[in-house]
Design a protein around this ligand. Structure first.
Ligand SMILES: Nc1nc2c(ncn2[C@@H]2O[C@H](COP(=O)(O)OP(=O)(O)OP(=O)(O)O)[C@@H](O)[C@H]2O)c(=O)[nH]1
Ligand SMILES: [Zn+2]
Length: 349
């Protein structure tokens, strides 16, 4: 297989040429488990670990390679040594346990994320908004799949309700179980494009994954991971190649991904409220009791729904909290630096 078939493109080639010394190669992380990696390379699958220098220079969990990453390797050693991670086109992160703001990357370089919703019990517009926010923030493109059209009446109403909050994001009705409507996914399943599925339990992600995979042999393949001391473990494959040539990332971490949003992504998801709020009398209007609040006027006029404003405000609160934590973290780090500098230059006035 060629690198292009794994998703290699100009942006990665440029980054690679800028940093990699002669004799180095690239690979794409196919499996990650406790900092052991299986990579796709031009010469087949290889096991890899990060180099000592990499580990030494890494300052945060998100510096480490994740599934989907392109990495620079020194190929002649076994396991191959990862020297660098190429800048990510997109990334999904989760909070590191025990820390409010440090992030660990769980998947990288995804082009399109399918938000899978079930048209039975699961149908929930507020949840879709949260997923949209998350995906905009990741750098990937969202597509909303309304699954189980076979058990849904009034599909048009539901499609319209989702389209009203989706602002141009494609909304596709299908039945994974009955293999109905899946051809609408073809434009997103082009060779070398990387996709992922997220959505709550029971919406049909596994059913859809199986349909997309068809009867490919890799479905049952486990991957063997060796570390530098020759110990090995087997684990599940985390990227699949679909018959169309697209690549599907499926990891437990991604399935359980939680909200980790930024101001920009909230603004994109709630473009309607942002547009209304531009007419508020006060620039820093909180849209509560302020005079001249265009948002309150829209609520009164019925052009904006109360629960949509509520989800917007909830996301804003989460963000303010995260931003504050990040500030505290940064100022602590600054103090540490200053103290260190003072210890190193005790006589300086
Ligand atoms: N009627 C109908 N049922 C479906 C459809 N797709 C999936 N299901 C059913 O929904 C149930 C859950 O499907 P799964 O594919 O396991 O859902 P999942 O999202 O992978 O769930 P988790 O593994 O818990 O995350 C199963 O009983 C499926 O047969 C569909 O298009 N129509
Ligand atoms: Zn206002």
């Amino acid at each position: 297989m060629t690198l292009q078939q794994f998703g290699w493109c100009d942006r990665f080639a440029q980054a690679f040429n800028a940093i990699a010394p002669a004799g180095f190669a690239v690979g794409r992380v196919l499996v990650e488990q406790r900092q052991r990696y299986q990579l796709w390379t031009e010469n087949g699958e290889v096991a890899a670990v990060v180099s000592g220098k990499f580990r030494h220079e890494a300052t945060q969990a998100s510096d480490f390679p994740a599934v989907g990453d392109w990495v620079v390797i020194q190929p002649e050693v076994v396991p191959a040594l990862i020297q660098a991670v190429l800048p990510r086109a997109s990334q999904f992160a989760r909070k590191v346990a025990g820390s409010q703001t440090a992030a660990q990357v769980i998947a990288a370089n995804i082009d399109t994320v399918f938000i899978v919703c079930g048209l039975d019990g699961d149908f929930n517009l507020r949840r879709i908004e949260r997923y949209l926010t998350l995906i905009w923030q990741s750098g990937a493109n969202p597509v909303i799949l309304l699954n189980k059209i076979d058990v849904c009446d009034r599909l048009e109403l539901k499609l319209a309700a989702v389209e009203a909050i989706a602002f141009g994001v494609p909304v596709i009705g299908l039945s994974a179980l009955q293999n109905q409507g899946l051809e609408a996914l073809n434009p997103f399943l082009l060779p070398g494009k990387t996709i992922a599925l997220i959505g709550s339990s029971g919406v049909g992600k596994s059913t859809l994954t199986n349909q997309l995979l068809g009867h490919t042999a890799q479905a049952t393949q486990a991957v063997r991971l060796d570390d530098s001391r020759g110990r090995h473990t087997t684990t599940q494959r985390q990227i699949w190649q679909l018959p169309s040539g697209a690549l599907l990332i499926d990891t437990p971490g991604l399935r359980e991904v939680q909200l980790w949003s930024t101001a920009d992504s909230v603004q994109e998801t709630f473009a309607d409220i942002e547009a209304i709020a531009a007419d508020c009398h006060f620039r820093d209007c909180h849209h509560q009791q302020e005079p001249g609040c265009a948002v309150q006027q829209a609520l009164a006029a019925g052009t904006l729904e109360q629960h949509r404003l509520a989800s917007y405000q909830k996301l804003q609160r989460e963000q303010a909290y995260l931003a504050q934590r990040q500030d505290q973290h940064n100022s602590k780090a600054r103090w540490k630096q200053i103290h260190k500098a003072m210890r190193q230059h005790p006589k300086r006035q």
